[in-house]
Design a protein around this ligand. Structure first.
Ligand SMILES: Nc1ncnc2c1ncn2[C@@H]1O[C@H](COP(=O)(O)OP(=O)(O)OP(=O)(O)O)[C@@H](O)[C@H]1O
Length: 581
């Protein structure tokens, strides 16, 4: 929780003034029954009209002061809680942005969404209520009791008996409901996950005609959460009849005892009314206190969930300064082994190769053979368990984050674009890129027709996830985005999978003609995409089973031959000379 409290530090003044004004309001509230008693016992009894008017004026003044204090308190509480929640949300968002791939692998997006939205809202509500009521309610409860004792000791004893009974009911219900609220929040995570998955995967769901099944699944989850919410709601709702029954019993006893005291002359009628008013005030505050404690507990459960996000230890850190800048754009792997967090087996085992600056490296292999993982290590999206990945002779782990991002441009396997103009999307790699630079990259990425045919061209608005573009169009724009960066190392992870063969060939030609030529990694399942590469890496189940040029691999690598044979069944393959795998 220490993580969170520091965000309230900027609202110290508001956090003190809000409860202070609430206490002032409570003080005015506590004076009201006394004034009413005076009106009855002196004004009405002695037919003293000026006195009645004077005291009525005092009541109005107390009400005005009370309202003014309450509004001021609300203003300070709102300022503190909204400000705190804003800072917290920003901090949590910054944290999520700073998380490495390894961290993100272990934190589901749906729970992050709930934590950044619903949970922080709950914390805000809890803080607002706590600032206003946490001091006020106990103050009124005890203040009413003290005032009752100053009026009549015997009658006030009823208060003493009523309070523990009420407290028992209120806190008993609270104890049962608080753990349930934690469960509600966890179910909300689940619903967010399902909603997210359905919204992003809506096309697949339609294509497989699974709308009905998904709706049923969603309904079932929502029904389960509703049931739990209803149960907690019913529990909380039971507070009212139970407490009101107790209040009414206490009131009857109070009026009964009061009447006897008035008859015997030990008490005046006004004092009985004042005692009744104190009893009522006390009860109302106890109920408020109970709901406050439930809200605070709910907020604490949510705060804990937000705190967990803020406390995630970064799986990777970057040096403040480069040990030295990479000498050139060469890339080398020395005995690199890599295992995903919580994965049983390594995704890559003992990989070694060297790619000269400006060369083209093709990476091929079956599904799940480790191609993307290898590329991810160059960009240091993950750290290797053993061995060294270096660019220009410098271990990637010794480069600052800025240097590394500048060195490597990645076209990810999944063409991901963001809501905004084409220009905004392409400038992700280089904020200051001119339109001319953007058009150059677009041309190289074979995306000229994509942009030119869109209304507004570079200003064309892409929708979230690039919904209003075809798969191939998205892919070409993500290639253009990477090319805008003009980084020394370029990684294209299955970037031509949605392109026709002719366009894919033109793309490879234009990338090969880039000046200065980046060291280019082309990952593909298609042999035609990597055949011309200066060096081809063949992966099989995380192992490098072939390394060399096309012709050599045909003669030396069984896996490569199998790939070629499956994709070009008509080709005559040379004899397998000496197998390296
Ligand atoms: N984030 C991850 N967490 C855990 N395991 C992963 C993760 N990403 C990939 N893997 C596993 O690592 C192995 C290699 O995956 P990788 O994505 O590198 O394969 P690939 O050769 O690029 O496959 P494809 O051609 O299908 O894209 C697979 O067994 C995969 O299940």
């Amino acid at each position: 929780m220490k993580n969170l409290s520091k965000y309230l530090a900027d609202y110290k003044k508001e956090s003190i003034l809000a409860p202070a004004f609430k206490l002032l309001e409570a003080l005015f509230d506590l004076l009201v029954p006394i004034v009413v008693a005076q009106i009855i016992d002196y004004g009405i009894k002695q037919h003293n009209q000026p006195y009645i008017f004077q005291q009525a004026g005092l009541l109005v003044l107390l009400a005005v002061l009370g309202i003014a204090s309450s509004v001021t308190a609300q203003w300070f509480a709102a300022k503190a809680s909204v400000g705190f929640a804003t800072k917290l949300r920003q901090a949590a968002f910054d944290k999520v942005e700073s998380l490495s791939f390894a961290n993100l692998d272990q934190t589901a997006p749906s729970t992050l969404i709930t934590r950044l939205t619903s949970d922080i809202n709950q914390v805000q509500t809890g803080l607002n209520m706590a600032l206003r009521l946490l001091l006020r309610s106990p103050f009124i409860v005890f203040g009413s009791m003290v005032m009752a004792f100053t009026i009549n000791f015997k009658a006030a004893l009823i208060f003493l008996a009523a309070i523990p009974l009420l407290a028992l009911v209120v806190f008993g219900i609270m104890l049962v409901s608080i753990p349930l609220y934690r469960q509600v929040q966890a179910r909300l995570d689940e619903i967010t996950r399902l909603t997210n998955e359905n919204l992003t995967g809506v096309r697949v769901i339609r294509a497989f005609g699974k709308e009905g099944a998904e709706v049923a699944k969603f309904d079932q989850k929502v029904a389960a959460m509703t049931k739990l919410n209803e149960f907690v709601g019913r529990l909380s709702a039971a507070l009212n009849p139970l407490t009101y029954a107790l209040i009414n019993i206490a009131a009857i006893i109070l009026i009964y005892v009061g009447a006897i005291q008035v008859n015997s002359g030990a008490m005046q009628q006004g004092q009985v009314v004042a005692l009744y008013n104190y009893l009522a005030q006390m009860i109302v505050e106890l109920i408020k206190l109970a709901s406050l404690i439930i809200t605070i507990n709910r907020a604490l459960a949510c705060a804990d969930r937000v705190d967990q996000v803020l406390s995630i230890e970064p799986a990777q850190t970057y040096p403040e300064k480069n040990a030295a800048r990479p000498a050139d754009a060469s890339v080398s792997f020395k005995n690199v082994t890599f295992t995903y967090p919580q994965a049983g087996a390594p995704a890559l085992s003992d990989i070694s190769f060297e790619a000269a600056a400006g060369s083209t490296v093709g990476i091929i292999g079956g599904t799940g053979s480790g191609k993307s993982s290898l590329a991810a290590l160059i960009a240091r999206f993950y750290d290797a368990d053993a061995g060294e990945v270096a660019i220009g002779g410098q271990a990637v782990a010794d480069l600052t984050q800025e240097e590394l991002r500048q060195q490597v441009a990645v076209v990810p396997q999944k063409a991901q674009l963001f809501a905004g103009s084409i220009r905004d999307n392409l400038r992700l790699g280089k904020e200051a890129a001119s339109d001319q630079e953007l058009w150059n990259a677009i041309k190289l990425a074979q995306a000229s027709d994509v942009v030119e045919n869109k209304a507004g061209k570079l200003d064309f608005q892409i929708e979230q996830e690039g919904r209003n573009l075809s798969g191939g169009q998205k892919q070409r724009l993500t290639i253009a985005r990477a090319l805008v960066k003009q980084s020394p190392v370029l990684i294209m992870d299955d970037s031509d999978s949605a392109l026709d063969l002719a366009t894919a060939a033109r793309l490879r030609q234009s990338v090969a003609a880039l000046l200065p030529k980046p060291t280019t990694f082309i990952i593909s399942q298609r042999a035609s995409s990597i055949m011309q590469a200066d060096q081809i890496l063949v992966l099989d189940d995380g192992r490098l089973v072939g390394k060399g040029q096309h012709q050599t691999l045909l003669q030396t690598c069984r896996v490569y031959r199998e790939i070629i044979r499956s994709q070009f069944p008509d080709w005559e393959l040379p004899e397998l000379e000496s197998e390296v795998d």
